[in-house]
Design a protein around this ligand. Structure first.
Ligand SMILES: [Zn+2]
Length: 454
């Protein structure tokens, strides 16, 4: 995976710009010391504080233990026939990671001792073991697909082949994927149910670590908490990322993009350790711009809108939970009232321009002209872009602001989602390759030549 879903840089970016760091205790937070030696303390958000509730969404009194995990605690080991089968599979496949040949040998030995008792080992051979693991319903969300076709105007001099093509998009229900992440019992000590601000006791210096310690999450919680029916809920920001895939089995005029999702609540180490903290939720078709289509405005527009419309359709199942809390079981056994939001979207510059509906060469985050990107200007935001689109002609929007006015960003279909705020750099492409290799190294080389000659 070349898109590193790390939220750290994005958080820093958001924090640098933040102007309202409310210090210390205030009316909307609660203070708690964390870690050894009382060196750090946190203010937790009081409005969206991740209170446990029962399966009907009624909040529990503090200290109430979670209900027992009924399905797991009893004898349902589906698709395994019993506890022993599950434990054996877990031991061989997860802990021991035993090669197929050795699994077969072990199971043969096992079978030879059991045959006297007319009994059989849990699995016939390694293939049987893998088949049963593959059929496990837990944690797996089925792939579905839909097809997109062009339904715009057709030129009089004959339709183009791309206008008749069918574009297939494969996806997994992101709501189910996210619910599985929240229900993962191995994250219980590495998940934040509530946004917080952390300070050091020496000099009251702000500390940043995981996603929920950042200002964006806090500000979103503030915004959501304005509605009294949201109080006590758990804010779950969905982090997105996409990247063009190089392993494409398709040929012809399509490019494929993988869409990834994670949640802001789990700690960075969980996301980095690939413990199902990041999941592929989509496989998007994207038209390749060939020489013959490069100058065709209608082709470009369809190509870009295809991307946005596909994203909007894929993410659709998250939408109801953005305005009405969804009672969801967490890995610690507790139910909580979850309210979803679209968090950062991590992508390289090419995709950032596409996502932000701007011309290439312009900044997706601020209003600086492409001719003077260093200028101190206001940030872009959804309301301002919409106001400009209301007022200006498409040509003016294009020339003066770098805005592709005909495009509708996928975020417009979701409450409170602002693509300009969400855009965050992909560390590999933008920082390592872009800022460091392409820019800094070249600059240093130029400087050295200038000062010390070849
Ligand atoms: Zn900018």
């Amino acid at each position: 995976m070349s898109t590193t879903i790390s939220t750290w840089v994005w958080m820093k970016d958001m924090l640098t710009w933040s102007t309202n760091i409310n210090h210390h205790l205030n009316k909307t937070s609660i203070l708690e010391f964390v870690g050894p030696g009382d060196h750090l303390y946190r203010n937790y958000h009081l409005g969206l504080n991740g209170r446990p509730c029962n399966a009907d969404g009624i909040f529990l009194l503090p200290g109430t233990p979670p209900p027992p995990l009924e399905n797991v605690a009893t004898d349902n080991w589906t698709p395994f026939r019993n506890h022993t089968e599950f434990e054996t599979a877990e031991f061989l496949y997860m802990q021991n990671q035993m090669p197929a040949g050795q699994i077969n040998r072990l199971l043969d030995l096992w079978a030879s001792t059991l045959v006297k008792h007319n009994d059989k080992p849990p699995f016939a051979d390694h293939r049987d073991l893998h088949d049963i693991i593959d059929s496990s319903p837990f944690g797996d969300v089925n792939w579905q697909n839909f097809t997109v076709t062009y339904d715009g105007e057709r030129p009089e001099d004959g339709t183009k082949p791309w206008m008749d093509d069918k574009y297939e998009v494969w996806f997994r229900d992101p709501h189910k994927v996210v619910r599985n992440m929240l229900a993962n019992p191995t994250y219980t000590s590495e998940i934040d149910y509530c946004t917080y601000r952390e300070y050091s006791t020496e000099g009251d210096k702000r500390q940043w670590k995981d996603f929920m310690s950042g200002d964006w999450a806090w500000d979103q919680a503030d915004e959501i908490a304005k509605d009294p029916s949201m109080l006590g809920s758990t804010f779950v920001p969905v982090i997105l990322g996409s990247d063009k895939t190089t392993v494409s089995v398709r040929t012809g005029n399509n490019e494929d993009y993988l869409l990834y999702a994670s949640i802001g609540n789990i700690h960075n180490n969980v996301r980095r350790a690939h413990r199902d903290g990041v999941a592929v939720i989509g496989f998007l078709a994207m038209l390749k711009t060939t020489k013959e289509h490069a100058a065709e405005a209608v082709f470009q527009k369809f190509r870009q809108q295809l991307f946005h419309s596909s994203l909007s359709k894929i993410l659709n199942t998250l939408k109801p939970g953005m305005t009405t809390p969804k009672v969801t079981r967490f890995g610690d056994g507790h139910y909580r009232r979850v309210i979803y939001g679209l968090g950062p979207y991590i992508a390289d510059y090419e995709e950032q321009a596409l996502l932000a509906c701007i011309m290439r060469g312009w900044c997706p985050k601020c209003m600086a002209s492409c001719e003077d990107l260093n200028k101190d200007v206001l940030r872009r935001c959804r309301e301002y872009t919409e106001a400009l689109i209301q007022e200006g002609s498409l040509g003016d929007l294009w020339d003066d602001f770098g805005i592709v006015g005909e495009l509708v960003a996928f975020t417009n279909d979701f409450p409170q989602a602002d693509i300009h705020q969400m855009i965050s750099p992909d560390i590999l492409h933008q920082l390592v390759k872009g800022a460091f290799k392409d820019h800094l190294i070249k600059w240093v080389e130029k400087y050295l030549r200038h000062m010390h000659m070849k």
